[in-house]
Design a protein around this ligand. Structure first.
Ligand SMILES: [Zn+2]
Length: 464
């Protein structure tokens, strides 16, 4: 089976062939930790999580690095506002970020290096660039990259000029496109690190170049796949690439992948979410898996329009999968159906074609329900269906929850205890043939907003 990916440098779908058959290396630009994660972070993380899961399902061993930018102008600004130290502020948001990603069932990367823990590697690369004539120091001690020394600058994104950056041109810059590699500490209150370049802090772009080399460091290309949001294509990725070319004499990545933007459809957003862009707010209203399923249902390269109407339609689709799973509660597993598995892998192997994968799943749910209706005593069939659902979870990160818990989302612990308690009382009333009392309890339960169902395994409930 072959895996195809669209390389954003050529915009062509190409067969993925890693440099080293034994191990695929992948680097994704992670969050700058000064605020809560928003829907865009969620979508990007899910896009690369799907790629990570797909590569593994294709049998590759994968080394996945996703960095954390924990020193940056925005972080410094927030420190001034809140009075927190760098460590206090960044650890707080790293923790929140990790919680949100866990709720979205995003797998941890193999390595999550922090910028502040790799300052020496950055200083070494900057020194290398100075020695090779591709970087220079200005009078205040800052170091700039000299773009004109790299003829290939712009070959990645087909852009070379950043309008925003050029407005804040320093008069000592040799070329208006030159960008900062190192900011020397101007006063003691600023955050600074001691290094061979003196005391200061790194620019943003140098961080990833140094860490790709440190943690992946491939022979021809520093890594096989480099990814991030479309907004990072230029200047961030262009600058990362030029630093590696001029400093290490290597291209940073063999393939480049970028995910599209998330736009909020303001008018269609309901009161429950307002216009919040934060994941934490969406996660309060819907389960993590519902949000994940929604954010991944549009192909990763396309822009995503976030509105609640589409979210609810997408939730119904996931509900169907969980209804099927719930109808088979407690049956064991066997082997995954070979064709089902191959079809899903073929879909994801075609540049992560999620639309085809999800329509395969829709068909699987429909045909499984039909088969169970026709042959309700067939245990082998049921076990295979559950095994297929487990494979969906492995590949796409959805369908792995307990099917009852899935339908109980939004009921807090106290309410849950109350419901369980009422169910026991109702069973007792039924046992004592006090049907009037049992009916009253049922009514009381439905007022809480849940529906109960009597099954061979006892009474179960879900949110109405
Ligand atoms: Zn980066």
């Amino acid at each position: 089976m072959k895996l195809f990916l669209t390389d954003s440098r050529t915009k062509q779908k190409t067969e993925f062939i890693p440099q080293n058959k034994e191990e695929v290396t992948m680097y994704v630009c992670g969050p700058t930790v000064y605020d809560d994660a928003h829907l865009g972070h969620g979508r990007s993380s899910i896009a690369f999580d799907l790629l990570y899961r797909t590569l593994k399902a294709f049998g590759y061993k994968v080394k996945y690095v996703k960095n954390i930018t924990d020193v940056d102008d925005k972080i410094l600004k927030k420190m001034k506002e809140t009075g927190q130290t760098l460590k206090e502020l960044t650890e707080f948001y790293i923790d929140r970020y990790n919680k949100d990603m866990k709720a979205l069932n995003v797998l941890d990367s193999d390595i999550s290096p922090k910028a502040t823990e790799n300052i020496n590697q950055m200083a070494d690369l900057i020194q290398d660039l100075i020695d090779k004539g591709s970087a220079y120091q200005i009078s205040n001690g800052d170091v700039y990259f000299n773009v004109s020394t790299d003829e290939a600058y712009g070959s990645l994104s087909k852009q070379t000029q950043d309008d925003v950056q050029n407005r804040i041109t320093n008069s000592e810059k040799k070329d208006s496109r030159d960008f900062v590699l190192w900011k020397a500490e101007e006063n003691k209150e600023e955050v600074g690190f001691d290094s061979t370049l003196g005391r200061g802090r790194p620019g943003w772009h140098i961080e990833c170049s140094a860490m790709v080399n440190e943690f992946l460091g491939g022979d021809e290309f520093l890594c096989d796949i480099h990814g991030g949001g479309e907004d990072l294509f230029f200047p961030h990725h262009e600058n990362e690439a030029t630093q590696c070319r001029c400093g290490y004499g290597k291209e940073i990545s063999k393939y480049w992948l970028h995910n599209g933007f998330v736009k909020i459809d303001g008018e269609k957003m309901s009161k429950s979410l307002g216009n919040s862009f934060f994941l934490k707010d969406a996660l309060k209203v819907y389960g993590g898996e519902v949000i994940r399923f929604f954010l991944m249902n549009v192909h990763y390269r396309n822009d995503f329009n976030f509105n609640e109407e589409d979210l609810l339609a997408s939730k119904k689709r996931l509900d169907r999968l969980y209804r099927l799973k719930k109808s088979l509660y407690g049956v064991g597993t066997s082997a995954v159906n070979k064709k089902f598995k191959e079809d899903l892998l073929n879909a994801m192997g075609d540049d992560l074609n999620i639309s085809v994968a999800l329509s395969n799943i829709d068909n699987f749910v429909t045909s499984s329900n039909e088969k169970i209706n026709e042959d309700s005593k067939n245990k082998g069939l049921k076990k295979e269906i559950i095994s297929n659902i487990n494979f969906i979870e492995l590949l796409l990160g959805v369908g792995g929850m307990d099917s009852y818990e899935y339908f109980q989302f939004g009921i807090d612990k106290e309410e849950k205890e109350k419901i369980e308690d009422l169910i026991i009382k109702r069973s007792e009333a039924k046992k004592n043939k006090n049907f009037e009392k049992a009916d009253k309890i049922r009514e009381e339960i439905s007022k809480i907003g849940v529906t109960i169902m009597d099954t061979p395994n006892g009474t179960v409930w879900e949110k109405a």
